[in-house]
Design a protein around this ligand. Structure first.
Ligand SMILES: *Cc1c(COP(=O)(O)O)cnc(C)c1O
Length: 392
């Protein structure tokens, strides 16, 4: 089938809830994707943060192949070896908590919010979240997502949510009360435009949660699994959360979500309170285990840190050349280029030159290459962007 025929098929049979780029991607390998017309595209935003160690990482592919021949799925009525092993690996790389598995970021946040409610007294029913956050598209997570554009057409939303400006300590303190069950924040806001929390902000959030007996949930769906140069975004700060949520890069391309809670908080999720049919199935867990092993065996945390600094430096040089770039921000391989005007056309022009990047919050170009990215690939990406910015 040609690209046009496939797009026609979509027009007829697939609900048009996504704005899609006019390419059909048929293959992925490392930091490249290949379209149906034979173009090889340098991917600086692989899988919308899912392919965190590149497309079709050989260790992940092999783990899936092997697991598929042994056991694809078994229900949570039984014990599942790989689920236990993955929980142990994650726990040892975070704050020693216990895990619950599901299939997506939104589900992980749903689990976290339900657990926070279950764990705290009944009069505590409120959630505080931040402007420009993104937590998912289910009713509770879209309510938690404090961006009006995501709420449009879905009112009334869930009760009990209060929204505060990100990194604003006074606003957070003012919003707090004995009715707050939890604060839910991203350590670095992803969809909101790569907004990095300050240390003081997260520390004060931790103190306020302790003072009022509320649970601190950090949404690590985008910041987790090494992208920032540490396993989890919170590890750049001098705090420990009560709950973290993960998904995206966790399965190396396979759908999996997870919530980790301290043993004390986790104890409230007793049989009958929450569940997921597919959650923690052997196939997804085998893939996630392979992701963790690949990150360690190939020193990818170190590479994310180094390449993050390198990309930042290269983009800073572009800033000196192009007035449209206001500033660069981020951590590790989570990089935002703040423009002085809208950047959606720049994304299209880069794609025409076989470079995939993203634009979020209208004026932030987002570079989130995989942790296997090389300096040559970053050079090439910056070169293409330089050319596009020089034209416009
Ligand atoms: C993508 C994302 C989600 C939602 O994940 P889904 O798998 O699409 O449900 C939640 N939180 C953050 C920070 C995300 O980036």
């Amino acid at each position: 089938m040609t690209t046009d025929e496939i797009i026609e098929m979509f027009d007829k049979y697939v609900i048009a809830n996504y704005g899609r780029l006019p390419r059909v991607i048929v293959k992925g390998e490392g930091n490249y994707i290949f379209d149906a017309d034979g173009n090889k595209i340098l991917d600086m935003f692989p899988g919308w943060a899912v392919s965190g160690i590149g497309h079709c990482h050989p260790k992940v592919v092999e783990a899936i192949r092997t697991q598929a021949g042994e056991l694809l799925h078994i229900d949570n009525t039984f014990y599942i070896t790989k689920q236990g092993k993955l929980a142990k690996l994650l726990s040892e790389r975070a704050f020693g908590g216990k895990c619950f598995f599901c299939n997506s970021g939104a589900e992980a946040n749903e689990a976290a919010m339900k657990l926070a409610r279950k764990h705290t007294p009944q009069e505590k029913y409120k959630f505080i979240t931040a402007h420009d956050s993104f937590h998912g598209r289910t009713f509770a997570t879209v309510t938690a997502t404090a961006q009006p554009k995501y709420h449009d057409g879905f009112l009334p939303l869930l009760a009990g949510f209060e929204y505060v400006p990100f990194n604003d300590i006074d606003a957070l303190a003012k919003a707090f009360s004995d009715e707050v069950a939890a604060v839910l924040l991203e350590p670095i806001q992803g969809e909101g435009g790569i907004n990095v929390a300050t240390n003081e902000y997260l520390q004060t959030t931790r103190e306020l949660c302790d003072k009022y007996g509320a649970v601190l949930i950090l949404d690590e769906v985008q910041t987790g699994m090494g992208r920032t140069g540490k396993w989890f975004g919170y590890q750049h700060y001098d705090i420990e959360p009560d709950i973290i949520t993960m998904a995206k890069a966790l399965g190396g391309g396979v759908a999996i979500g997870a919530m980790m809670a301290t043993a004390e908080v986790a104890a409230s999720l007793v049989p009958g309170t929450h569940a997921s049919t597919f959650g923690g199935n052997p196939l997804a867990c085998a893939a996630a285990i392979a992701v963790i092993e690949a990150i360690e065996q190939e020193y990818l945390l170190d590479n994310a840190d180094k390449m993050g600094k390198y990309a930042n430096q290269k983009l800073q040089q572009l800033k000196d050349k192009h007035a449209i770039i206001d500033h660069i921000r981020g951590k590790g391989l989570m990089i935002g280029v703040q423009l002085t005007k809208t950047g959606t056309k720049i994304v299209d022009k880069c794609l025409a030159k076989d470079l995939r990047i993203n634009c979020t919050n209208d004026s932030v170009l987002r570079f989130m290459p995989s942790m296997t990215v090389t300096s040559e690939q970053i050079d090439r990406a910056v070169e293409i962007l330089d050319g596009v910015l020089s034209e416009s």
